[in-house]
Design a protein around this ligand. Structure first.
Ligand SMILES: [Ca+2]
Ligand SMILES: [Ca+2]
Length: 305
């Protein structure tokens, strides 16, 4: 192997070594996520047959962000009080003071209030979690209501809701024939996490705040132009006493940003590795570029013989 290439190989190995050390150091600050979605409900409730597409979208976004699959606790099914409390217990057991925890729940708002009795226990349990960052995502009707008490949490946190406390969320069903199946908010938010256009400050990372801000007008545009233009769907809102046409936009996804600066998932992406690889590539290009003319001349000589 030519000496220059050998040097390159050693430099690359050294760089990877540095990156691996960095990764190990970063490993003490882990991400743990619970994803909860309920599609089938008991008699008297409206089913949301979307094949757990909301959990699937968020799970994919988290995996793409580098959250390890064994750090995800996914429940696709009946969200009883016991089931949900068990997942919060799991977060408490798995995480330590340096970690970030995320909990996403997608169900009916009335299920959260009347069956899970959410505000009687969840906010205090959540605020007691001893971690460095807490991300809560409520995807339901009246979503803001379910993190209202957490707004007072002095610990770093971000809570997101698909709509305000007095608003109704929309989840598309296949039989309705509209383009988005499942939660419209989930669709646009999870898409934004992987969309470079959402990177408002252009730093190469899409923060939770940037994804939220990017997705909100898209949710409202879709609702206004695609859902509320169908008379029977608009009527279903009127039947619930809600008149979206009386608002500038509807609904209003809510973010309670209790995190100074921007929150990126994971907070320690492979930026170091990316930077080192870019530097190595540049170095190889420069040195190999200098070496190349000699090589070409040599080849020409040989060819000429
Ligand atoms: Ca950014
Ligand atoms: Ca922030």
């Amino acid at each position: 192997m030519p000496f220059v290439l050998r040097v390159m190989e050693l430099l690359l190995l050294a760089a990877l070594g540095i990156s691996l050390v960095g990764a190990v150091e970063g490993a003490s600050e882990d991400y743990w996520a619970v994803l909860l979605e309920m599609n089938d409900f008991p008699e008297g409730w409206t089913d949301l047959p979307v094949d757990y597409i909301n959990n699937e979208r968020l799970q994919l976004a988290l995996l793409n962000s580098g959250v390890p699959s064994n750090h995800l606790y996914v429940v696709n099914g009946t969200l009883s009080l016991e089931v949900v409390q068990e997942t919060v217990e799991w977060l408490r057991n798995e995480s330590n003071g340096n970690d970030t925890v995320l909990l996403y729940i997608c169900t009916h708002g009335v299920w959260l209030s009347d069956v899970l009795l959410w505000n009687t226990w969840f906010p205090s349990e959540w605020m007691q979690l001893n971690v460095s960052m807490k991300i809560l995502m409520i995807d339901s009707c009246f979503a803001e209501e379910f993190f209202e008490p957490i707004k007072a949490d002095p610990a770093p946190h971000i809570s997101l809701g698909s709509c305000a406390a007095d608003e109704i969320s929309w989840a598309g069903l296949e039989e309705e024939g509209l383009p988005i199946i499942g939660s419209v908010w989930n669709y646009y938010f999870t898409n934004a996490l992987g969309n470079v256009s959402a990177d408002a400050d252009g730093n190469g990372l899409i923060s939770v705040e940037e994804a939220f801000n990017f997705s909100t007008p898209l949710v409202q545009k879709y609702m206004n132009e695609t859902v509320f233009t169908v008379p029977e769907f608009l009527q279903s809102y009127h039947d619930a006493g809600v008149y979206p046409e009386d608002h500038d936009a509807y609904p209003h996804p809510i973010m309670d940003d209790g995190c100074s600066g921007q929150l990126v998932i994971p907070e320690f992406p492979s930026g170091t590795l990316l930077l080192l690889c870019t530097l190595i590539t540049m170095l190889v290009t420069v040195i190999y570029g200098k070496n190349k003319p000699k090589s070409c001349m040599h080849e020409q000589k040989k060819g000429g013989v």
